[in-house]
Design a protein around this ligand. Structure first.
Ligand SMILES: [Zn+2]
Length: 275
């Protein structure tokens, strides 16, 4: 059994501040250790239940947060940027399941540590077929395209709730209680890792009952930006249409194309973020 892990950073127990998850910052080394332990707990649990092959895509910021030699399960690590499939780089139809580890709530979520949807400096809200989604919902487009079920999601409660939309059967492990955007009550890391490991065991045991994400076609992605200029710029990309001053939409039947266009929108509008 072959599993894909897309690993973010904000959803790890102990993390509440950008300083803990940004390269070059004083607390980064400690954050990195906490994340690595959580990723390994998921891999180890999946191994306990019979999974044998792992590909880990480091999907946070500049995507060099995990060190290859520190990963359990002889996992292959995809690291660095800029990857064509961004947070989902490496996934294809050869995988049995996908795990979203250390994910976080969307930018509009209530009580969600470090909440954002791809770019907190540009994106105010994203909807897919009218429903507000976070990164789990967007990344599910790629899983749906390849027919791979999302079997495991970890982070805070907002993360678990949002994942319900695209992965109702997935095992959800909540490792902290977010009190706001920069505060949380953390389950002790060693306890959190035990929970993650046990959750991964259950996820693999139940994989036969899990279905790939399903989207009603055609899919409409609406992206609302912080400022109108970003919406204007997004329309430089083919197939992106303006629907109001700050909102654009993409409509299509090919979920991979839609995701790639969304990623292009993210990359391009980065140029207009206030500094
Ligand atoms: Zn993220």
């Amino acid at each position: 059994m072959k599993l894909f892990l897309s690993t973010d950073f904000e959803g790890t127990s102990g993390i509440v501040a950008w300083e803990q998850i940004m390269e070059g910052q004083a607390e980064y080394a400690q954050g990195r250790k906490l994340l690595t332990d959580e990723v390994n707990a998921v891999i180890t649990g999946a191994q306990d239940a019979g999974a044998s092959e792992f590909v880990v895509n480091d999907a946070h910021s500049v995507m060099r947060n995990l060190h290859p030699q520190d990963l359990a399960g002889r996992a292959m690590l995809i690291t660095g940027r800029h990857k064509p499939l961004y947070m989902m780089q490496g996934l294809d139809d050869s995988f049995d399941g996908a795990c979203f580890v250390s994910y976080h709530g969307s930018i509009g979520a209530e009580h969600a540590v470090l909440s954002h949807t791809y770019n907190p400096g540009a994106i105010w809200e994203v909807r897919i077929n009218g429903e507000v989604v976070g990164e789990s919902g967007l990344n599910a487009l790629v899983a749906a395209h390849y027919g791979v079920p999302i079997i495991f999601v970890s982070g805070d409660e907002a993360t678990a709730n949002e994942a319900q939309l695209v992965a109702p059967e997935a095992e959800k492990v909540i490792v902290k209680q977010s009190l706001g955007r920069f505060a949380a009550a953390h389950i002790h890391p060693s306890v959190a890792c035990n929970m993650l490991r046990a959750g991964a065991v259950r996820a693999v045991q139940n994989i036969g009952a899990m279905l790939p994400p399903a989207f009603t076609l055609p899919v409409t992605i609406e992206v609302t930006f912080l400022v109108a200029d970003m919406a204007e710029m997004a329309c430089w990309i083919r197939d992106v249409e303006r629907v109001s001053a700050r909102t654009v939409q993409l409509v299509g039947e090919n979920l991979l194309d839609l995701y790639r266009t969304f990623v292009t929108v993210v990359m391009l509008t980065r140029g207009l973020v206030d500094r």
